[in-house]
Design a binder for this molecule. Structure first.
Ligand SMILES: NC(=O)c1ccc[n+]([C@@H]2O[C@H](COP(=O)([O-])OP(=O)(O)OC[C@H]3O[C@@H](n4cnc5c(N)ncnc54)[C@H](OP(=O)(O)O)[C@@H]3O)[C@@H](O)[C@H]2O)c1
Length: 233
């Protein structure tokens, strides 16, 4: 089945930046596959489903079976844009000498292995689309050059590793015409960002959508902030 509308898959679609991505792409006329761990309790996402262009799917990016199920459900669907948005911070115990190792493994599973897993599972569907874009929602906290302070070992290492995944995917998928980006959404007022963060989800997502709209294959394997500026690795 092919759609006339452009099609986007969003992971972690039930709250925060993911929910706003769903909302803005729907408003822009896209077909949206909103993926979340627990559709039965995703009330805000379900509230957008009066728009028939939204389809909600179960997806735990840390669970290979769940990713395979999604890929099977979408096997006939061309996907113009995959946004690997789902992510976790990893709790408070991530300073020098005080690390929760179980959390570290879990954060790598979700923030680093998750986007790789989903990108490989959906690569054929993205490659068969018109726009052929994959966007990994990273963080400026994963920039090795930008940070001159310590701490946040778990989250920072997961996003720095995700950035390397982006570069690798960009190389491996270039021959299929697929553009792969890492993006920093800003410091955003969500459950993760907290209420004193700089910008709203609306502002962040409006900026991300514009930079995604302007992205070309020449940008593949690069790291951008939500306002379109380039970030150092
Ligand atoms: N907010 C910021 O200031 C900021 C800054 C830089 C980067 N980011 C990045 O932006 C992305 C979105 O963050 P946010 O601020 O919107 O965070 P959030 O409000 O905490 O939302 C996180 C989303 O990820 C989902 N998720 C967590 N683990 C998952 C898993 N295993 N499988 C599928 N979904 C999972 C959550 O679903 P559940 O409801 O099921 O937990 C939720 O939908 C993350 O990658 C984050 O690292 C955020």
């Amino acid at each position: 089945m092919t759609n006339k509308r452009p099609c986007v898959v969003v992971t972690g679609a039930n709250r925060g930046i993911g929910l706003e991505l769903v909302s803005q792409y729907l408003a822009d006329g896209w077909q949206v596959y909103g993926c979340c761990r627990r559709p039965e309790s995703a009330t805000q996402l379900a509230g957008l489903a009066s728009n028939s262009a939204l389809s909600i799917h179960q997806l735990d990016v840390g669970n290979p079976d769940s990713v395979e199920k999604l890929a099977l459900a979408l096997s006939e669907q061309s996907i113009d844009l995959l946004i690997n948005n789902a992510g976790i911070y990893g709790g408070e115990r991530q300073s020098f000498g005080d690390i929760d190792y179980a959390q570290w493994a879990q954060v790598l599973e979700v923030n680093t292995l998750g986007p790789y897993r989903v990108s490989t599972a959906l690569a054929n569907q993205v490659g068969s689309s018109g726009r052929r874009l994959m966007v990994n929602v990273s963080s400026a906290m994963g920039s090795i050059e930008r940070y001159t302070t310590g701490g946040h070992y778990i989250y920072r290492s997961s996003k720095a590793a995700l950035n390397m995944v982006t570069v690798n995917l960009a190389h491996d998928l270039r021959s299929r015409g697929i553009t792969v980006l890492s993006v920093h959404p800003g410091w955003v007022r969500t459950d993760m960002g907290g209420s004193s963060a700089d910008i709203s989800t609306q502002t962040s997502v409006a900026g991300l959508r514009q930079l995604i709209r302007n992205a070309t294959i020449e940008d593949s394997g690069r790291f951008f902030s939500w306002d379109g500026s380039a970030l150092p690795w």
